[in-house]
Design a protein around this ligand. Structure first.
Ligand SMILES: Cc1cc2nc3c(=O)[nH]c(=O)nc-3n(C[C@H](O)[C@H](O)[C@H](O)COP(=O)(O)O)c2cc1C
Length: 164
């Protein structure tokens, strides 16, 4: 099965999760690429797409890539976010991402990712960002080893689902 793991990552958190996912996949036909360098999604059967949650949603680059995935492909979506894991604040982004590809979404995974204190300080002043920025003050050790372990277990499940 041809697999692509692609990610958008500004500060390295999502990239770290993408690399953990890539490492765990038992397939000889796997590729990992930054979203800017990713080839035509039509060339793969299973596509993992990762992004950081921005403004409670999916950043433009990931949005465009997800929309370019054709029908018939299997898709697994992961994201990092400063807000609490499985929390209400990250939920909208996963729900939005789910609706974008024409292919079949097999599942989603999220974990926290640290945010620079300077960014938190600036965004905390806006009503749009304050709720997640407050939660993000306790994300500074993430993604950690436990997050990467969970990401790998999730990716393994996605592969089993894709092969079924
Ligand atoms: C402009 C901006 C907006 C963000 N918006 C959110 C948000 O709405 N919710 C959230 O939980 N985290 C938000 N974050 C935090 C990032 O999602 C988090 O730090 C992520 O792990 C960054 O991933 P990266 O290192 O791969 O870029 C935002 C960060 C930035 C810089």
């Amino acid at each position: 099965m041809k697999i692509l793991v692609t990610y958008f990552s500004q500060t390295g958190n999502t990239k770290k999760v993408a690399e953990a996912i890539f490492d765990t996949l038992h397939s000889t036909e796997k590729e990992i690429a930054d979203i800017d360098a990713a080839k035509d999604p039509g060339a793969y059967e299973l596509i993992f797409v990762g992004f950081p949650v921005h403004s409670n949603s999916v950043p433009k680059k990931a949005d465009s890539f997800l929309r370019s995935i054709p029908a018939g492909k299997k898709v697994a979506i992961f994201a990092t976010h400063g807000s609490i894991r499985n929390g209400a604040l990250a939920k909208t982004a996963f729900e939005t991402a789910h609706t974008l590809p024409k292919g079949k979404v097999l599942g989603t995974f999220g974990c926290r990712g640290k945010v620079a204190q300077s960014v938190i300080d600036a965004l905390m002043k806006t009503t749009e960002h304050k709720p997640w920025a407050e939660e993000a003050t306790s994300a500074n050790t993430h993604p950690d080893e436990a997050d990467l372990k969970d990401a790998k277990a999730w990716a393994d499940q996605m592969l089993v689902k894709a092969r079924a």
